[in-house]
Design a protein around this ligand. Structure first.
Ligand code: NAD
Ligand code: UFG
Length: 350
């Protein structure tokens, strides 16, 4: 039987790109996803790009009986754990869903892993755990802050849970990957981000304005102490991020303990800079209006990713123009994402 990497949440945005990167690197993967924020079409496209069938199970990480069956049936030796809910705004109105999926789900997964002597885990954490940073760029040992939402706090809780686990048992080998702002899409235009309803994040809003699904962009606040008054973030190409997971897994196979790595580019761009770059790269103009600040936003953050460079031999290779170009290719080839009438054959024909 093949050694298998279980990818929870592998039908989603970052998980599907990571699944492809791992398959391309010769790994056998098993995807588990409850499709609460994704759909089977992403798996079909993944299979098309991988030129292989992908083992996919529709199910929930909170379903212990299902996990027990999967771990019995497959020779799982590592888990890359993306499954969880991720909307900051939704987490404020539905905190229990966030703690149940993100915290209880992870706890359940780890308990089953331990039962089957599987101790290698890569976890999708977030720069949100730093809260409002005292200094930029942010180093991993800057200390965590008080995340502004139940979503952010669920990520911090899971980090703490996994830290305790690693301290309790030396066989655990855990990577906490703190992502900055993932954007972009696979260069084929077949995999990308497909938010449910009106998006919250900047890039999907920009591309949906450009495609005409949203009339204009709202810029939340222009009175921050930043280069032009708008918030600054470290945007990273999703394929660079996926490659970071591959490198992290490789290190976990040789090195135990708990590791924390920032995955970012080290470069910050303001919202206005993003709008201008988007217009330059795509030639599409973006109407926008300035609105009051959005609750919970911090002024600026970007990564010091030198630890990942040193310890993983990883760095982000794709620049902002490429991120925007790929996001735009994805959005313009799939105006309504994976759903509706747009299926693989139609996307391929574009
Ligand atoms: P996504 O919503 O596209 O992917 C998450 C996937 O998990 C979805 O396919 C969803 O259906 C699945 N899922 C949710 N709850 C589940 C459950 N209980 N059991 C099984 N499957 C479940 O999100 P993404 O952008 O790909 O994010 C992946 C991970 O990275 C998440 O944990 C997210 O919190 C984290 N993260 C994302 C960002 C970002 O900006 N995208 C930033 C930092 C961290
Ligand atoms: N923004 C706008 N208009 C929009 C959407 C966003 O001006 O329509 C601004 C926001 O106010 C913010 C910036 O664009 O200043 C980036 O916002 P995003 O929502 O794209 O990203 P965030 O930095 O708020 O959060 C993202 C993820 C979190 C993750 C965090 C890690 O959504 O899950 O990055 O840095 F925790």
């Amino acid at each position: 039987m093949h050694k298998t990497t279980l990818i929870t949440g592998g039908a989603g945005y970052i998980g599907s790109h990571t699944a492809l990167t791992l398959i391309d690197a010769g790994q056998h993967v098993l995807v588990l996803d409850n499709l609460s924020n994704s759909c089977h079409e992403s798996i079909e496209r993944l299979e098309h790009l991988a030129h292989a069938r992908v083992d996919f199970i529709e199910g929930d990480i909170r379903d212990t009986a299902l996990l027990l069956r999967l771990f019995s049936h497959y020779d799982i030796d590592a888990v890359v754990h993306f499954a969880g809910l991720k909307s900051v705004a939704n987490s404020v109105s539905h905190p229990l869903d966030y703690y149940a999926n993100n915290v209880v789900g992870t706890l359940n997964l780890c308990a089953v892993m331990a039962r089957f002597n599987v101790f290698k885990l890569v976890f999708s954490s977030s720069a949100t755990v730093y809260g409002e940073p005292a200094h930029t760029p942010i180093l991993e040992d800057s200390g965590t802050g008080f995340p502004a939402s139940p979503y952010g706090r669920s990520k911090l809780m899971v980090e703490q849970l996994l830290t305790d686990l690693a301290l309790s048992e030396p066989r655990w080998s855990i990577a906490l990957l703190r992502y900055f702002n993932p954007i972009g899409a696979h260069e084929s235009g077949l995999l990308g981000e497909d938010p449910n309803g009106r998006p919250n994040n900047l890039l999907p809003c920009l591309t949906q304005v450009a495609i005409g699904r949203i009339p204009e962009l709202t810029v939340f606040g222009n009175d921050y102490p930043t280069v032009d008054g708008t918030c600054v973030r470290d945007y990273i190409h999703v394929v660079d991020l996926a490659e970071g997971h591959l490198k992290a897994l490789q290190v976990l196979h040789s090195d135990g303990g708990l590791h924390i790595w920032n995955l970012g580019t080290g470069i910050g761009y303001s919202v206005l800079q993003m709008i201008r770059s988007f217009e330059d790269v795509t030639g599409v103009s973006i109407p926008f209006q300035i609105a009051p600040r959005r609750a919970g936003d911090i002024a600026q953050c970007w990564a010091d990713a030198s630890k990942a460079r040193r310890e993983l031999g990883w760095c982000a290779r794709r620049n902002l123009a490429q991120m925007i170009e790929d996001s735009w290719r994805w959005q313009s080839s799939n105006p309504f994402g994976y759903g509706h009438a747009v299926q693989l054959s139609a996307a391929l024909a574009r």
